[in-house]
Design a protein around this ligand. Structure first.
Ligand SMILES: NC(=O)c1ccc[n+]([C@@H]2O[C@H](COP(=O)([O-])OP(=O)(O)OC[C@H]3O[C@@H](n4cnc5c(N)ncnc54)[C@H](O)[C@@H]3O)[C@@H](O)[C@H]2O)c1
Length: 446
């Protein structure tokens, strides 16, 4: 039996009078706002970045691949507003949190964004509100970190006065097949009321909801998904190194292996792991596991192998330059093709391309980059000194000035045939030239 407060919440979901607050308007928060608006709810978006708030209210694109027109229409219709005024946190009935969860410099969970958001909510919490964390984190965060802050700051009791849940975000930016509303959502509640309320809300927003028994289980689901990716990518990266030494093409192996209709799922090698999730999230579990005296050796090993990849790529580049370009890497000029961590997005967080630039320059070579999605490199935590560098145009004249082109990201809107035709040497870490049907003597896989 749900409580009267939970029943009232669910009725307001059903009649669409419920107001939804979204905290953190980034790669996750904006698509979530769009999905919520699409289903007829009013949305208040919160962000500490005032310029981002202004951009969003003006319908200007904060993130390239996300269409802002529906946001602009919703702002005009008074159904959406973005704000940096956290005193408005009392307005929404549900508060969905999508703030960053990075690692500290010592590679430990940095929950400062979650904690600050929770404190801000706690000071304004009112009876009947549902608070849901969507940020990726270790099992126990919602229960052990958020719940005490909310209860202490508000003097209200979780499960009676307000409700708390965790529902991991599975957004895959740039994925043409799946978006926020077509990806099933896992939901864990702190108590049966919180679960029922969160299930009702997400049930209205996404294609399918999957209840689990606790917030910690829901937190573990998300980590499991990303650890699965990290370990499998490490496995194919290791296999690439072995097969390459044997003269066997890993991509050909994977294409053939994936014809098996069961028991095999293709993962692809690359120059290293990138993005805000897969290189980072597994270490949230590693950190938490220490509290239980449990080692996470698979996770550590996968991290080790994936971290090694850019070094191996640069070694291979040096060898190929030596053999086919008659050039030392230290005297060479290298064009990095693709700066984003994956294709067709502009996100450069944790991108292996940045590490490649760093390693290549450390060996004395000059670098430039071309990326149709990244005209100017934004500041990143690990590579602050690269910020402000600009994408160079590629044409036959400019390509001729480079000793090698290193393909690090396989964006669709690049003319690979023209790149190959105009370059002395092409080192392809994504197998994109072969996939584009290009056969040329100056192309080598890495
Ligand atoms: N990007 C993805 O593909 C993806 C996919 C699934 C899950 N996630 C997870 O979702 C969470 C958010 O990731 P993202 O990629 O959207 O991050 P992001 O950096 O794109 O967006 C986060 C936003 O939160 C804002 N912010 C920071 N502190 C705040 C605070 N105290 N109050 C309000 N706003 C604040 C930032 O200004 C920024 O606009 C992370 O935990 C991430 O691991 C991300």
């Amino acid at each position: 039996m749900t409580s009267p407060a939970a029943q009232q919440f669910i009725e307001r979901v059903n009649d669409r009078s419920l107001v939804v607050g979204i905290i953190g308007l980034g790669y996750v928060g904006i698509p979530l706002a769009l999905a919520t608006l699409r289903q007829g709810f009013r949305v208040v978006g919160f962000d500490i970045d005032a310029s981002r708030v202004d951009d969003i209210n003006a319908g200007r694109s904060a993130i390239k691949h996300i269409p802002m027109e529906p946001i602009a229409q919703a702002v005009a219709a008074d159904r959406f507003v973005a704000t940096a005024d956290f005193d408005r946190l009392g307005e929404p009935d549900a508060l969905l949190i999508a703030v960053p969860t990075p690692l500290t410099r010592h590679r430990e969970p940095d929950l400062s964004y979650v904690v600050r958001t929770t404190e801000a909510i706690g000071r304004r919490l009112r009876r009947g509100q549902l608070v849901v964390l969507e940020s990726t984190t270790y099992p126990g965060t919602t229960d052990e970190v958020m719940r005490p802050i909310l209860e202490q700051a508000s003097g209200l009791k979780c499960g009676e006065d307000f409700f708390l849940a965790f529902s991991p975000e599975r957004e895959d930016p740039g994925n043409p097949d799946f978006g926020t509303s077509t990806i099933p959502k896992v939901v864990g509640g702190d108590g049966s009321d919180a679960l029922a309320m969160a299930m009702a809300l997400y049930g209205a927003l996404v294609v399918k909801t999957v209840p689990v028994s606790s917030t910690a289980t829901a937190e573990a689901v998300k980590l499991t998904e990303n650890i699965f990716r990290s370990v499998n990518i490490a496995l194919v990266n290791e296999l690439k190194t072995v097969y390459s030494a044997m003269g066997i093409d890993i991509w050909e192996v994977i294409e053939a292996a994936k014809t098996k209709p069961f028991g095999f799922m293709p993962f692809y090698p690359g120059p290293g792991l990138g993005g805000h999730c897969v290189p980072i999230d597994p270490f949230y579990l590693t950190w938490k596991a220490r509290e239980y005296d449990v080692a996470t050796r698979f996770i550590e090993l996968a991290g080790e192998i994936n971290t090694r990849m850019p070094y191996l790529v640069v070694d291979r580049l040096a060898t190929l330059l030596d053999l086919h370009g008659r050039k030392n890497l230290s005297d060479a000029s290298i064009l990095i093709l693709g700066l984003a961590y994956k294709k067709n997005v502009e996100d450069t967080r944790e991108s292996p391309s940045l590490k490649l630039i760093e390693l290549i320059e450390k060996r004395g070579a000059r670098t430039a980059f071309h990326d149709p999605h990244v005209p100017v490199l934004p500041p990143t935590r690990e590579h602050a000194m690269l910020a402000g560098r600009r994408s160079v145009p590629v044409d036959p004249a400019s390509l001729a000035a480079f000793d090698a082109v290193l393909i690090a990201t396989d964006h669709d809107d690049v003319d690979y045939a023209a790149i190959v035709a105009g370059s002395k040497l092409v080192v392809d870490t994504r197998n994109v030239c072969a996939r584009a049907g290009i056969k040329a003597e100056n192309v080598f896989k890495a």
